[in-house]
Design a protein around this ligand. Structure first.
Ligand SMILES: Cc1ncc(COP(=O)(O)O)c(C=O)c1O
Length: 429
């Protein structure tokens, strides 16, 4: 088995720990993360920049994938930066002692309060998303007597072949400035003229769960041409390029991810070539993997409750969580592999529709899922849930969010406490 998983004595192990015991010890639903897998992914990306791009770059963990204090601590220990998209993520990172200069602040609708927080705390880079933001960041920076390092988010017009809702490099997208229409050029000229902004480079993010290096290479070449055009038209030669994240992971057998290092290998070659052709200095490069750092490093454990067979139609196997801790099936029809953790050696010959406990017919975790014959009280493990699960969780139906634990070499520790009913009413008046 892959991704830190193993089977012993009919039980599923993850990160060296018996998941059935973890469920007993901490209760379910439970998010379980394997620390070593997270560190390995950070290292793979970091090493790929060292190896293929002469170390002239930085990995930024896209913390929207899973944001909590422990993740920022781990990222810092691994010597990488982070991408944040809200005041809340910035606040969490700073509270964990993350160095402000290694934080990027993204987002298509940043509020003045968020910008003030970022500028006051000397956040490393702000990635500008629209014209109004150029003025707002400049005037807040002026008020605070600072010069802010900024990038502009550009839509390079690339259609990465992925799910409709998670492709973002094409023109019809709420993020960034369009290259094709001249909007990006106009925005860059405006930002370069702004007194309290230092335009260090440009950013693009072409989508998510992408399995081919081609769209990234295309993006690198389009962005290099844009850098050259800006240099020619304004004399301002930027020194940084952020190519975003989006590297695909394996959720099921349908997915065939590439080794993470391959992205930098191909992109580095393309970027060096483009820069040579355009007589540009090779820029410092940033990449922003989120899903691929934490996705495979997390699983969710549930307890099976009601099992309802509708003859000739389907069997609903309901678990004690659902769209409140993992809304991705309801949102995108996202597919997962699952197995019964206490029957890990048994044949997966039962076809189930795995349902949550929320009061919503669409509250499913998966359909046509092959698992061992389920019984009430079994522990169901849903794999590769480390990204966009906890971070998208809600209290729908006033269901408390599960705890998250980190395992390493069989040892476990809580990194996010389970919410209580008291937590649920703590803000009610
Ligand atoms: C700007 C930006 N960078 C990085 C990411 C991370 O993408 P992924 O988790 O697919 O690597 C996202 C995802 O939405 C993004 O919007």
């Amino acid at each position: 088995m892959e991704y830190g998983l193993a089977i012993k004595n009919n039980h599923l192990y993850f990160g060296g720990a018996d998941t059935v015991e973890l469920a007993k010890q901490y209760g379910t639903p439970l998010y379980v993360f394997d620390e070593q897998l997270i560190r390995n992914a950070c290292r793979d990306y970091k090493n790929s920049i060292d190896r293929y791009y002469d170390g002239n770059g930085m990995v930024l963990y896209a913390s929207k994938a899973f944001s909590c204090k422990e993740m920022y601590r781990l990222a810092n220990e691994e010597g990488i930066g982070v991408d944040t998209v809200s005041g809340g993520e910035i606040y969490t990172a700073l509270a964990a002692g993350f160095p402000a200069e290694n934080i990027f602040f993204h987002g298509n609708n940043k509020t003045n309060d968020e910008l003030e927080l970022a500028i006051e705390k000397n956040i490393g880079h702000i990635v500008i998303d629209d014209f109004d933001e150029i003025d707002r960041i400049n005037s807040i920076a002026e008020k605070l007597g600072k010069t802010v390092k900024v990038m502009l988010r550009i839509k390079p017009g690339i259609d990465a072949h992925t799910h409709e809702f998670i492709k973002t490099g094409q023109n019809d997208c709420k993020f960034g400035f369009t290259l094709e229409t001249g909007e990006a050029l106009e925005a860059a000229k405006k930002a370069i003229k702004a007194k309290n902004l230092n335009v260090t480079g440009f950013h693009c993010h072409i989508g998510s769960q992408i399995f081919s290096t081609e769209p990234f290479c295309l993006a690198a070449s389009v962005m290099a041409s844009f850098i050259a055009r800006i240099a020619n038209e304004t004399g301002h030669v930027v020194s940084e390029l952020n190519l975003g994240g989006g590297f695909g992971i394996r959720y099921t057998d349908e997915d065939e991810p590439l080794p993470y290092a391959e992205f930098m290998q191909k992109v580095s070659a393309q970027l060096k070539y483009s820069c040579k052709e355009l007589s540009l200095p090779v820029p410092k490069v940033f990449i922003e993997p989120g899903r691929s750092i934490v996705g495979p490093a997390g699983i969710t454990l549930y307890t099976v409750g009601s099992i309802k067979t509708i003859p000739n139609i389907r069997t609903y196997v309901s678990v004690d969580g659902g769209m409140s801790d993992n809304p991705r099936y309801a949102l995108y029809g996202a597919k997962y592999d699952m197995l019964i953790a206490n029957k890990a050696e048994q044949a997966n010959d039962f076809v189930a529709t795995v349902a949550g406990k929320c009061c919503e017919s669409g509250d499913l975790i998966g359909e046509n899922i092959k698992i061992a014959t389920p019984e009430t009280g079994d522990i169901l493990a849903v794999l590769a849930t480390g990204a966009y699960n906890y971070s998208m969780a809600s209290n729908y139906n006033r269901i408390p969010r599960p705890a998250a634990i980190m395992v390493k070499n069989g040892e476990s520790r809580v990194i996010i406490k389970r919410e209580t009913f008291e937590d649920l009413i703590s803000k009610d008046l």
